[in-house]
Write a protein that binds this ligand. Structure first.
Ligand SMILES: [Zn+2]
Length: 302
């Protein structure tokens, strides 16, 4: 009984040792000859799944990028121009994201290149979405002020209408009265008397008050928003300050002949998104003097 038990114990131990040896040899063999163990097969399968999911994510990011591109395009050619806002250039929209080692954490893997590319595309997408959302904030702000647009667009004659034609020089190419050569005239000239009131053609904010500004002399520039600015030159006295808000019809200055001028007149410019426009196309020339007087407000500072 005792002897049999001992033999059984030895056999048991031998069995366990043989099994351990077999397993060690099997794994060593598998490792040396790169045979597939159940675990390595499982891991390889997992790896392939992750790689294909990664590729799918990359494709999804590319699709979202295309959708975003369409929104950006409409923003630049429809929404922003409605309110006179400049387009956002491709350079600004597609500017890269800095940082040399931003994607260092993705290095050293089998699919590092795909991971880095996907991470970079997702970062770019996030940045473009941010810029687009800021742009829509600006558009929304102006859209809420759309009712103001009618009072901001410079449509009021800056000087009171007269019985005779008060425009002494039209917009466009003309013989310059002092330089005696054909030169582009960037505004309209209104003749008048020294000290005659000059009114804001639309509501806005006084952007600059310039004194002795080259040939223009005493100048007021009003920024009306929605892409519009107006410039009033050769003034005699200026009755507004930089940064001051003005309402359409507020007196801002008096007419004079400061700067390079052949006589008393107002040189008046309308600038839309940086380009000189013909002011004549904006003003209501049919307005009677009575109607005009009911709109304008003389300055208390004059
Ligand atoms: Zn002029």
């Amino acid at each position: 009984m005792d002897g049999k038990w001992k033999i059984g114990k030895v056999v048991g131990w031998l069995g366990i040792i043989s099994l351990l040896l077999f397993c060690s040899f099997f794994y060593a063999f598998a490792y040396v000859f790169d045979l597939h163990t159940p675990k390595s097969i499982y891991l390889e399968r997992e790896n392939r799944k992750i790689a294909s999911k990664l590729e799918l994510l990359g494709q999804q990011a590319a699709n979202e990028d295309l959708l975003l591109y369409d929104i950006q395009r409409r923003d630049n050619i429809v929404y922003r121009p409605i309110f006179g806002m400049d387009v956002i250039s491709d350079e600004v929209r597609n500017a890269g994201i800095g940082g040399e080692d931003r994607y260092a954490g993705y290095e050293g893997f089998d699919h590092s290149d795909v991971m880095v590319e996907t991470a970079r595309n997702v970062d770019m997408l996030a940045k473009k979405v941010y810029i687009q959302s800021r742009s829509f904030d600006d558009v929304e702000l102006l859209a809420k002020r759309a009712d103001d647009m009618a009072s901001c667009v410079p449509s009021l004659n800056p000087v009171a209408p007269k019985s005779r034609n008060s425009i002494s020089s039209p917009f466009g190419y003309r013989m310059h009265p002092i330089k005696r050569m054909i030169i582009f005239h960037s505004g309209l000239d209104f003749r008048g008397e020294k000290g005659e009131p000059v009114y804001a053609a639309g509501s806005g904010v006084v952007e600059s008050v310039l004194r002795g500004y080259y040939g223009y002399g005493e100048v007021v520039v009003i920024n009306h928003g929605f892409g519009y600015k107006t410039r009033y030159a050769h003034l005699s006295s200026i009755l507004v300050r930089e940064g001051e808000s003005v309402t359409k019809g507020d007196q801002i200055a008096t007419m004079g002949r400061s700067g390079q001028s052949t006589g008393v007149h107002l040189h008046y410019e309308v600038i839309y998104r940086g380009r000189h426009m013909n002011p004549y196309n904006f003003i209501n020339t049919k307005m009677s003097l009575e109607e005009y007087r009911s709109i304008v407000r003389p300055s208390k500072r004059g």
